[in-house]
Design a protein. Structure first.
Lengths: 332, 79
């Protein structure tokens, strides 16, 4: 049996969160929120912030190194590293190339970035699954790494309380126990302006000071987008995987905030105990919230035998859902 | 109570744990709605009553009470 004969599946997840944190006391002091609002609406109590000299690549390497340290796989066996980020270390080269070198991966390893936000983990799973199947690859790292703290306006009460920095390294192997199912995607670029950093790209090459051109988020528009697009996408994903909602053990939604996850839960009429919100420590880490949530729930071992629907949505506007069927783990 | 106020009160009653029975004089603050509750409420209003209330109109039309919101909706519907 070759790698082509085995379904790509999630085998392990490792997480890196920077050391410095912004806790609720600081958020209340800076922005005047009360604790009830922080508890009941944001559900986020601690946001980790990358050091001034700590980049997306640094965090990606740290997360990847943790996978190797725990003996999940020999690094020489990695055939592909896919890095999802919207804040690359340089305009070029691709940050995944930097990560390949610093993790000591083989030079036969494929490496590329995808630029996507909160939907990036699901998109990334699909890309990895496709490349593994088409090219007969046996092992891949999907690393999501984001440092929105470097592009946020520090005085913006709409974004600072929500977003945190961090990285997750997901090991996907031919035969991994978290079988990646069918995905359903969506895009609506007409909503680009509701969540945007304008400077530093081709349109406005020179970065403006973050006070003038920080991350802009229209929270109401993002909420309405989620309510209009995501329930249908989840329903379509269930149908594509020939599942009813009852047959899904957990719905792991992008952990944008407790308010967003709760609203989506009600819109889909899901039992709340099937919809975890587990990133009170960490916050909205963009493309990393889904793998971080899976890891915090207990990873592949805890999820053995369970069917999980993942749904990521946000900047773009972009959305994507998939199903992971975790098989029972063999007893060693 | 006008039909629109009654409809808004029904939405609040069905979907939000408001602190008191809503009427025309009820303010969002007085009903215990925070900024995210208001976003959620206006979304439900758009879905059920077909009228979107842009952020800027909340300010320029001083929409701080259920009655003010009902008047705004009625004016939009008569355009």
């Amino acid at each position: 049996m070759t790698a082509r004969d085995l379904q790509p599946g999630i085998a392990d997840i490792a997480v890196y969160l920077p050391e410095a944190t912004v806790d609720d006391d600081e958020i209340k002091r800076r922005f005047g929120f009360d604790q009830k609002f922080l508890d009941e609406k944001l559900g986020i109590h601690s946001r980790h912030i990358a050091a001034s000299d700590e980049t997306v690549a640094d965090m990606a390497v740290a997360a990847g190194a943790r996978l190797f340290e725990r003996g999940s796989i020999d690094r020489e066996r990695i055939d592909l590293v896919l890095l999802c980020t919207q804040n690359p270390d340089y305009r070029l080269p691709t940050t995944a190339n930097l990560v390949q070198d610093r993790l000591g991966l083989s030079t036969a390893c494929a490496a590329l970035d995808i630029n996507q936000g909160c939907s990036g983990f699901v998109y990334g799973l699909s890309v990895v699954r496709g490349m593994m199947a088409s090219e007969g690859l046996s092992s891949a790292l999907l690393i999501t790494s984001e440092a929105y703290s470097k592009v946020m306006n520090p005085d913006d009460r709409n974004t600072v309380p929500l977003f945190g920095d961090g990285a997750a390294a997901t090991l996907i192997t031919a035969g991994g126990t978290g079988h990646i199912g069918q995905s359903r995607f969506g895009s609506d670029g007409s909503g680009a302006d509701v969540l945007i950093v304008r400077g530093g790209g081709g349109r406005y090459p020179n970065r403006l000071p973050v006070g003038e051109d920080g991350l802009f988020m229209n929270g109401r528009a993002v909420f309405e987008f989620m309510m209009k697009r995501v329930p249908r996408n989840v329903t379509e994903c269930l149908a594509a995987n020939e599942l009813s909602a009852d047959e899904v053990d957990l719905f792991v939604f992008h952990q944008a905030s407790l308010f967003m996850v709760s609203s989506l839960t009600r819109a889909l009429k899901l039992p709340p105990d099937k919809v975890p919100f587990v990133l009170a420590d960490g916050g909205n880490t963009v493309s990393s919230t889904l793998p971080m949530a899976l890891e915090r729930i207990g990873g592949c071992r805890s999820l053995a035998g369970k069917t999980v629907l993942l749904s990521g949505f946000g900047v773009g506007l972009s959305w994507a859902s998939t199903v992971i069927r975790f098989s029972e783990m063999s007893k060693k | 109570m006008s039909d629109t106020v009654a409809a808004l009160a029904r939405i609040l009653d069905e979907k939000f744990e408001v602190q008191q029975k809503a009427g025309a004089e009820s303010s969002f603050d007085g009903l215990g709605l925070d900024s995210l509750d208001v976003i959620n409420f206006l979304y439900s209003v758009e879905e059920e009553l077909g009228v979107k209330v842009p952020d800027e109109d909340l300010v320029t039309h001083d929409i701080e009470t259920i009655g003010a919101l009902a008047n705004y909706i009625d004016a939009r519907n008569s355009d």
